[in-house]
Design a protein around this ligand. Structure first.
Ligand SMILES: *[C@@H]1O[C@H](CO)[C@@H](O)[C@H](O)[C@H]1NC(C)=O
Ligand SMILES: *[C@@H]1O[C@H](CO)[C@@H](O)[C@H](O)[C@H]1NC(C)=O
Ligand SMILES: [Zn+2]
Length: 472
């Protein structure tokens, strides 16, 4: 079944490549949309029931599937892999493709200085703060075609669904395509949403940020048509109260929904990681000659700290607290040499910031205690990042829940263990997220897959959620 799907997408890409190479001086995004159309999108269906306008929410699954496939061809890796890195030619083409679709959906489109893209459907009361939805379309090297994409193309389809149903929003509805959710190029994840949420530190840091080729952030942004007249990125910050609610549709990237046969995950909290780098230093020495009482083994200090991480995490008493020592290096790394240096990298996550920071504090105390007991130096204890976790807002949770209920879709509350642009939008707006099942929970690899039926369910719940939130 999987292989059949992949061979189909290969055919598709071949067709696509032929069609653009034949007409290379035309806008390739427009050309593909004509070639694979289904466009212009269908006129509002005349058959909507007057009793409940939402009983007829119908997703154009064929079109949506086609769009997901088309978008995946803007890639620097061969199908079924997708590689789409910030501000590359493929990223620029993919952005143009999305802007075209937003235009076809009747949205007014604007972009900010880093390329966050906004598509707005004015409500009956456009002076009220808007309801927003959206996600990202950048893709790490050799990943799949659903991560992020479902929340962008799905959002555009959700707007089309509402328009076809005859719905008119009170608050304006806005779709946001966030710039660079993935950290691939500049090492900064959720770059666009962090800036929208008003990160002064990031606006400052980007002035001197370069990629692995020593291309500056501004140079790269300018090559993609952004950041033209500005070196001060604080102009990207959202004005206070821009949005009354934000909701993001995303594949789960975990196995729970698929395993339990549930259609919709209602995300109640997003865990956020903190990462810590630790170095111990001792005197080392010959593994035979130095007797045990006179050693200060930096490797054993690291081992003891790794166990302390586990202990402190378990002591938190919550299943949502996790901690991992994913890197543990010993120097010089020879069987007959007592480690003179050790290096650990610790990742700890929680949905409760205080509890997570408490764990970090305890890890620090343990590191100092172990160093003193073993006579080694704690030469570094550095917290690399410490983003606060976020809770979904009751307003948005309620809207998502009743939408799923009214659509007769099975749903459950869950926690997002990965983080998303929503984590940062939560700083400036009431936030919620919708998850849909994905094959075996695979993500960030070519095998990533979500069925069009599950995607359509997600789009329906998103549409109805937006409709509800727009009328508050
Ligand atoms: C990176 O570019 C800057 C400015 O062009 C230059 O001064 C610097 O030497 C370069 N660094 C490397 C490692 O090439
Ligand atoms: C949900 O189920 C109820 C009861 O079976 C039914 O009346 C309603 O029309 C269904 N709604 C949708 C959107 O399918
Ligand atoms: Zn994502």
């Amino acid at each position: 079944m999987m292989s059949r799907r992949f061979s189909c997408s290969y055919c598709f890409v071949l067709l696509f490549v032929c069609s653009i190479s034949a007409t290379c001086n035309e806008d390739p995004t427009i050309k593909t949309m004509e070639d694979f159309s289904g466009y212009p999108f269908q006129e509002p269906s005349s058959s909507f029931s007057s009793s409940s306008p939402f009983s007829s929410l119908s997703v154009d699954t064929q079109n949506l599937r086609k769009q997901i496939d088309e978008l995946s061809t803007f890639s620097d890796a061969p199908a079924p892999s997708v590689t789409r890195i910030l501000y590359t030619d493929k990223d620029v083409l993919a952005r143009r493709y999305i802007k075209n679709l937003m235009g076809l959906a009747g949205l007014s489109v604007r972009e900010d200085a880093v390329g966050n893209i906004f598509g707005r459907w004015d409500g009956n009361e456009p002076e009220l703060s808007a309801v927003a939805t959206g996600s990202h379309i950048d893709a790490i090297p050799y990943s799949g075609k659903y991560d992020g994409v479902v929340g962008v193309l799905g959002a555009i389809e959700a707007i089309n669904v509402l328009k076809r149903s005859g719905f008119k929003p009170k608050r304006s509805l806005e779709i946001i395509l966030f710039t660079s959710e993935e950290p691939t190029r500049f090492g900064i994840s959720c770059l666009g949403s962090r800036l929208l949420a008003g990160s002064e530190a990031l606006a400052e840091a980007l002035k001197t940020t370069v990629d692995a080729q020593n291309i500056s952030f501004f140079e790269a942004a300018k090559s993609a048509g952004y950041a033209k007249d500005h070196d001060d990125l604080s102009i990207v910050f959202l004005k206070e109260g821009s949005y009354s609610a934000f909701v993001e549709l995303h594949i789960e990237q975990g196995p729970i929904l698929e395993e339990e046969g549930i259609s919709i995950g209602i995300v109640t909290a997003i865990a956020a990681p903190a990462s810590i780098k630790v170095d111990f230093e001792g005197d080392g020495g010959h593994a035979g000659a130095v007797l045990m009482p006179s050693r200060n083994d930096a490797g054993l200090a690291a081992a003891e700290l790794a166990l302390a991480v586990e202990k402190h995490v378990l002591d938190s008493g919550s299943i949502d607290t996790v901690g991992t020592v994913g890197i543990l290096e010993l120097h010089p790394g020879a069987i007959n040499s007592i480690p003179s240096k050790s290096h650990l990298e610790i990742d700890t996550r929680d949905i409760d910031q205080e509890r997570r920071n408490d764990v970090i504090e305890k890890i620090f105390q343990s590191a100092e205690m172990i160093a003193s007991k073993r006579g080694v130096r704690l030469s570094e204890f550095r917290i690399i990042n410490q983003d606060p976790p976020a809770l979904s807002h009751k307003l948005v949770i309620d809207a998502m829940q009743s939408a799923a209920k009214e659509l007769n879709l099975t749903h459950k509350s869950m926690i997002s263990r990965a983080y998303h642009d929503s984590l940062f939008m939560a700083r400036v707006s009431p936030m919620g997220m919708l998850f849909i099942p994905c094959y075996k929970g695979y993500s960030h690899k070519p095998e990533e897959y979500a069925s069009i039926k599950d995607i359509a369910n997600g789009v329906k719940v998103l549409a109805l959620t937006l409709a509800k939130l727009s009328s508050f």
